[in-house]
Design a protein around this ligand. Structure first.
Ligand SMILES: *Cc1c(COP(=O)(O)O)cnc(C)c1O
Length: 425
């Protein structure tokens, strides 16, 4: 579901014509729909309500403090992967007990800050990290809870850079090792090792890898309990699919249908760490066509956004549906389709202004005819869009706009040229 739709051929974000936003804040710009964020969170909360579930929204997917505040107000916790994300979550009014902290390289300062904040669980990725957490907890007179990140050796079958749940990755420990870690550290008075964390990585398009992971982990939890370890929580991580193309991935309810029955009566709290399934369709990137040109057999639309603003196509070969924001009736899209042939349209490469072959958003894409000055929309840009953006080519970072019904608010202003050098002494 999302709240971006064409009304009489004009793209609206909730009840706001996106042209109004483009004219007031300029382009390129990220535009988010508050209702979409809240709707996706509520669907998750509803789908897993038969278990004791906490949704911990993954800050790294889309972490503007105003968005985190909306999520916190609607009962979300947070999955963080750095001290900076802890800072953002706390500024947004997060309940620290609902924060889980993952990451293979937590520094002493990051751990100490999280201990002081009193977060819910440290998701532990190695024995040395656990030893360090125990040491720092003792030094600061704090106690903490920890979940051991276990690698179920399940491959969700996605891009190699976003697969994290197989044995040969840097994340977590394998199942065999997990038993030994609990045996060695499971009774520590400062750090209560009382939970298991699994994160398969991103992009699985079926529920099967999740069910397979739960089925592999439950016997481990049973074995740990038999050995006297009180396991209270299972964190199933994130990576749930988002609809980059319409209707191609399971819904929250579909995933829950597979997962909930497996965990019923297992006396486990459940934590989920959804990122892109919550925010991908809650954001779009607006941009204008700067120039049209042809090169050989190719036809190009050069736009004012670049790979520094949205790197997913360059980094992951990710598909994003792109369409003009104002179209004739016959060109109003019915959903986000990958391979469309459209009568009266053309086939273009949509590319940015950066001197890099990888600076593209779409190749050989069928689209209605577009001309210089037209406003285009990259859909499903809410996840790993702004958060992965950079100042490459000394391009100021984009503004973020949050739409709420017929209102909209700039929740991060566009960087200025002065902003580019303010930290340079
Ligand atoms: C990135 C990440 C997530 C969120 O992943 P999505 O694919 O955006 O759902 C959840 N948990 C951990 C540990 C992560 O690193």
């Amino acid at each position: 579901m999302d709240c971006f739709e064409y009304r009489r051929g004009v793209l609206f974000a909730e009840d706001v014509d996106v042209h109004t936003i483009a004219e007031t804040v300029g382009t390129p710009a990220y535009v988010y729909s508050k209702a979409t964020f809240v709707n996706h969170l509520k669907k998750l909360q509803q789908a897993y309500k038969d278990l004791d579930t906490t949704i911990c929204y993954s800050v790294k997917a889309c972490g503007n403090v105003n968005i985190l505040r909306v999520m916190a107000e609607h009962g979300s916790g947070f999955d963080i992967v750095s001290g900076g994300e802890l800072f953002r979550a706390m500024k947004a009014g997060a309940d620290p007990a609902k924060i889980v902290y993952a990451g293979v390289g937590k520094t002493d300062r990051e751990i100490t800050d999280a201990l002081k904040a009193g977060i819910g669980y440290f998701n532990i990725e190695s024995e040395q990290e656990l030893e360090n957490l125990i040491r720092l907890a003792k030094e600061s007179g704090k106690t903490a809870k920890a979940a051991l990140r276990v690698n179920p050796d399940v491959d969700p079958g996605t891009h190699k850079h976003i697969t994290t749940g197989v044995k040969e990755t840097k994340f977590g420990v394998d199942i065999e090792r997990a038993m030994a870690v609990f045996k060695k550290y499971g009774k520590d008075p400062a750090v209560q090792l009382c939970a298991v964390h699994v994160h398969l990585g991103s992009g699985g398009k079926t529920i099967d890898p999740y069910c397979a992971a739960v089925q592999k982990i439950l016997p481990v939890i049973e074995a740990l309990r038999t050995r006297g370890h009180a396991i209270e929580m299972l964190d199933l991580g994130g990576g749930f699919g988002a609809d980059y193309e319409s209707d191609t991935v399971p819904s929250a309810a579909d995933y829950a249908k597979g997962i909930v029955p497996l965990l019923k009566d297992k006396k486990l709290r459940l934590i989920l760490e959804p990122g892109k399934s919550v925010c991908a369709n809650a954001g779009v990137l607006l941009m204008r066509v700067l120039y049209r040109k042809t090169g050989g057999s190719k036809s190009f639309a050069i736009v004012d956004a670049g790979m520094n603003d949205l790197i997913r196509p360059a980094l992951y070969e990710a598909f994003h549906f792109i369409w003009p924001c104002r179209v004739e009736g016959r060109f109003v899209p019915r959903g986000k389709q990958k391979n469309m042939t459209i009568e009266g349209g053309e086939v273009v490469d949509v590319v940015g202004p950066i001197c890099e072959g990888s600076d593209f958003f779409a190749k050989d894409r069928a689209m209605p005819p577009v001309k210089r000055g037209d406003l285009l929309c990259i859909f499903t840009a809410g996840a790993y869009g702004f958060t992965m953006s950079s100042n490459y080519n000394a391009r100021p970072m984009l503004p973020e706009v949050l739409v709420d019904g017929s209102q909209y608010k700039v929740i991060r202003r566009r960087q200025t040229y002065d902003d580019l050098i303010t930290l340079e002494l």
